[in-house]
Structure formats: structure tokens, C-alpha cells
Design a binder for this molecule. Structure first.
Ligand SMILES: C[S@@+](CC[C@H](N)C(=O)[O-])C[C@H]1O[C@@H](n2cnc3c(N)ncnc32)[C@H](O)[C@@H]1O
Length: 246
């Protein structure tokens, strides 16, 4: 037993940090469109509408608990998980300030998280996180999460980058002042950023990978879930994947 747990610890400690783990290790905010509490409350309300009930909730990639503290008003017991120590530091502060005594936090990534869990949940959610996982990682995540999701539970991935809309957003097509010159300017800034990121060996930007909804749906189906595609209310280029057992 002792050897086993030491082996587990060694695995945790020697696991090489991925680029995103390094990127987030000193970040303190989830990168919402506006950081005002008024906006966060509106975003949380949209998400709570789609989560639609349940008593227990696991929020994967909870960041600084900007949404989790709003979820806490409607759930009995919540668990926030993140691999960034600085994000979890901010989350603890926010949870204390708001007296959300029903939230626990765990420092873990998408792989080691499951080794630390001894309960199941009515809802498993991730907001603005799936873009940091590859399709293989999403596949493994759904497989593991389904073991920890109650039979009538729901898994919801919020705000996945839509590859059909994200390039248009980057060109400013959805901006009120969209125009050709502005689009060209944005393209040149993006090009410069890509070069700098490649030279410094860091991610190009905070946005991560896009994922086609059809591919997410195929993975969900493979694990016995049906997937509903919903356009994000506050981000024109993002969508939500709502998964439930058939
Ligand atoms: C864009 S922020 C969103 C935070 C939060 N969900 C929100 O909406 O405010 C993404 C968060 O996911 C976390 N994250 C990304 N990949 C992760 C992984 N593989 N395991 C655990 N946390 C991860 C980051 O540390 C970061 O806190």
C-alpha cells in the first residue's frame, strides 16, 4: 500500500508540465469577456439554466471560482478542480469572502483528478477549459467522468471554440465596427503573435484549440451519451456541449 501510494506520488511529481499548465501557473482570472460581477452573474445564470438542477457538482478547470461561487447558491455540495496553484489561491479567497462553505477545491489535472475522487456527482461541468485538451484527452476525460457521473446526471462543456466561427471572430466580423482594414490589421497582429510565440516556445494565445461539435458528439456517443449543441449566449464564436445518457 505504502509503495503503491509512493508510486502514485512519484507519477504526480515527475509528470512533465504541459505548455498550458505552465501558461496558467501564475494566472488569476478566467478571461471572461468582462470582469465585472454583473457580467459574471449573467454568465453564471445562463450556465445554471443549462445545468438545470442536481444537488452535487464537479467543476473541472474552475479557475478562480468566478462562476463556481454563483453555482454554489444552487447546489448542496461542489468540488472545484484546477491544475493552476495561483487560480486555486484566488478561488480560495473568493470562496472565503463569499462564505461558500459548500465548495471544496482540488489541485489536479484531467488525468490525476480521478485518482483523488471517492464520490459521484449529478453534474460535471467545464467552462472555457475543453480548448486546452486534445480530442484524445477529451475522449479519456469523458470515459473517466462517466464513471463519476450519477445515472441521471449531465456533463456540460461550456464555451468550446467553434472552428467555423472562431476565425471570423478573430477577424473582427462580429464587432459593431467591423471592416476590411480592421480585419487586415488584426490578421497582421495575429501573424506577429504567432511568430513571437513560436520563438518563445509558448502558446500563441490564451484561446487554445478549436473543436468541431460533430467530433465532440462522436466521442460523447461512443461513451453512451447523447449531445445537444447550444450556441453560447455571450460569446458568438463558442458553443456548449450538453451530454446526458440515452
Ligand atoms: C479560461 S480559464 C476558465 C476558468 C473558469 N472555468 C471560468 O470560467 O472562470 C481555464 C482554466 O482551466 C484550467 N485548466 C486548463 N487545462 C486544465 C487541465 N488539463 N487540468 C486542470 N485544469 C485545467 C486553467 O488553469 C484555468 O484555470
Amino acid at each position: 500500500m505504502e509503495v503503491e501510494s509512493r508510486a502514485k506520488m512519484e507519477k504526480t511529481h515527475t509528470k512533465p508540465k504541459n505548455a498550458w499548465e505552465n501558461f496558467f501557473k501564475d494566472k488569476t482570472h478566467g478571461g471572461h469577456r468582462y470582469s465585472s460581477e454583473e457580467f459574471l452573474a449573467m454568465e453564471a445564470r445562463e450556465k445554471l439554466f443549462h445545468l438545470d438542477g442536481g444537488k452535487t457538482l464537479l467543476d473541472f478547470g474552475c479557475g478562480s471560482a468566478e462562476l463556481l461561487t454563483y453555482y454554489a447558491l444552487e447546489y448542496e455540495q461542489l468540488l472545484g478542480v484546477d491544475f493552476s496553484p495561483s487560480m486555486l489561491g484566488e478561488a480560495s479567497k473568493r470562496i472565503r469572502e463569499r462564505k461558500c462553505n459548500n465548495i471544496d477545491l482540488i489541485l489536479a489535472d484531467h488525468e490525476i483528478l480521478w485518482e483523488n475522487l471517492d464520490s459521484t456527482f449529478d453534474r460535471i461541468t467545464a467552462a472555457g477549459v475543453i480548448q486546452y485538451l486534445s480530442f484524445q484527452e477529451i475522449d479519456a476525460f469523458i470515459a473517466k467522468a462517466s464513471e463519476h457521473l450519477n445515472s441521471d446526471g449531465k456533463m456540460v462543456f461550456f464555451d468550446i471554440l467553434d472552428p467555423r466561427l472562431y476565425p471570423l471572430w478573430k477577424l473582427g466580423v462580429f464587432a459593431p465596427n467591423a471592416g476590411l482594414l480592421k480585419a487586415l490589421y488584426r490578421m497582421s497582429c495575429d501573424f506577429q503573435n504567432s511568430i513571437l510565440a513560436a520563438l518563445k516556445n509558448r502558446p500563441r494565445n490564451i484561446y487554445g484549440f478549436t473543436h468541431n461539435p460533430y467530433k465532440i458528439q462522436k466521442i460523447a456517443n461512443k461513451h453512451g451519451f447523447e449531445m445537444r449543441y447550444i450556441q453560447s449566449m455571450y460569446y458568438e464564436y463558442k458553443y456548449h456541449a450538453i451530454m446526458f445518457r440515452t
